[in-house]
Design a protein around this ligand. Structure first.
Ligand code: FE
Ligand code: FE
Ligand code: FE
Length: 180
């Protein structure tokens, strides 16, 4: 990578790939969500993500480049983990808690990428690109905060209530095993 400009363009392609992957995965997660609030949060973010993709396309345009993604192994890994929790969680409230955590991991990746890209756009003297990147950064932060709120207010509590009985049975059993 010889220049910051090249690095900026490459990272833009990384996050473009990630946003496209998110557009594929979020509808599946919304369908699998049993909490209406979680489903609603995923659905709202699908719409936001479409706007974020078009912001990235505007920036490619400023660079006189065709919008093109570059495979992001981090996003692929996060998507794989989300798919895993969706398949493996048997209880629907536990699945909700797992999907919420997986979605937050994605938001954190995006927050990190957009924070960096906005700072680089400043350095490269691209104020319009920086504004677009910061608008998306704010949406990712708001989504993360909304998911945190959901986790505290209902999702994890319901997952605990639904499985708490089983967990305490297990604890009792293992204590018994230890005593024997
Ligand atoms: Fe996004
Ligand atoms: Fe990446
Ligand atoms: Fe996001």
């Amino acid at each position: 990578m010889e220049t910051l400009g090249r690095l900026f363009e490459d990272t833009l392609r990384d996050v473009y790939y990630a946003e496209k992957a998110i557009l594929k995965n979020l509808p599946k997660m919304a369908r699998k969500a049993s909490s209406p609030a979680l489903k609603g949060a995923f659905e709202d973010h699908i719409e936001q993500t479409e706007g974020q993709v078009s912001r990235l396309e505007q920036i490619f345009d400023m660079l006189d480049k065709a919008p093109r993604g570059k495979r992001c192994p981090a996003m692929d890994g996060l998507a794989e983990e989300a798919a895993e929790v969706m398949h493996e969680a048997k209880d629907e409230t536990v699945r909700d808690a797992g999907m919420l955590a997986a979605a937050q991991a994605v938001e954190h990746y995006e927050i990190s990428r957009y924070g960096t890209l906005a700072a680089w756009a400043d350095k490269l003297d691209m104020p319009d690109a920086a504004d677009l990147l910061r608008a998306t950064l704010q949406e990712e932060k708001d989504t993360d905060a909304k998911l945190s709120e959901l986790a505290l207010s209902e999702i994890n509590i319901e997952a605990e209530e639904a499985t708490g009985a089983k967990d305490s049975d297990r604890k009792k059993r293992s204590r018994k095993d230890a005593a024997e």
